[in-house]
Design a protein around this ligand. Structure first.
Ligand code: SF4
Ligand code: SF4
Length: 75
């Protein structure tokens, strides 16, 4: 089970590929000019992608925290 949940808000993503370049673990692919977290199992939670994204399109959350959050607020 992957440790982190990586999400890209496609509405916010402008396809600049900064996240693709920043991620040393090759989590992202750029598909149809949008970033897609194709390889979330490789995420180590370093947040480099979040820092680089100009539109705040990326969310990286530890799975256990996400699960608790989803239980509380709904997913
Ligand atoms: S948090 Fe780090 S390892 Fe995870 S997707 Fe972003 S840059 Fe890659
Ligand atoms: S850095 Fe942000 S805006 Fe640029 S491709 Fe990645 S998710 Fe999209």
């Amino acid at each position: 089970m992957t440790k982190y949940r990586v999400q890209v808000d496609a509405e916010k993503c402008i396809g600049c590929a900064q996240c693709y370049v920043a991620c040393a673990n090759k989590v992202f692919a750029i598909i149809n000019k949008k970033s897609v977290p194709k390889n979330p199992d490789a995420c180590v939670g370093c947040r480099a992608c979040i820092v680089k994204c100009p539109t705040n399109a990326i969310t990286v959350m530890p799975r256990d925290i996400y699960a608790a959050y989803a239980r509380f607020y709904g997913s």
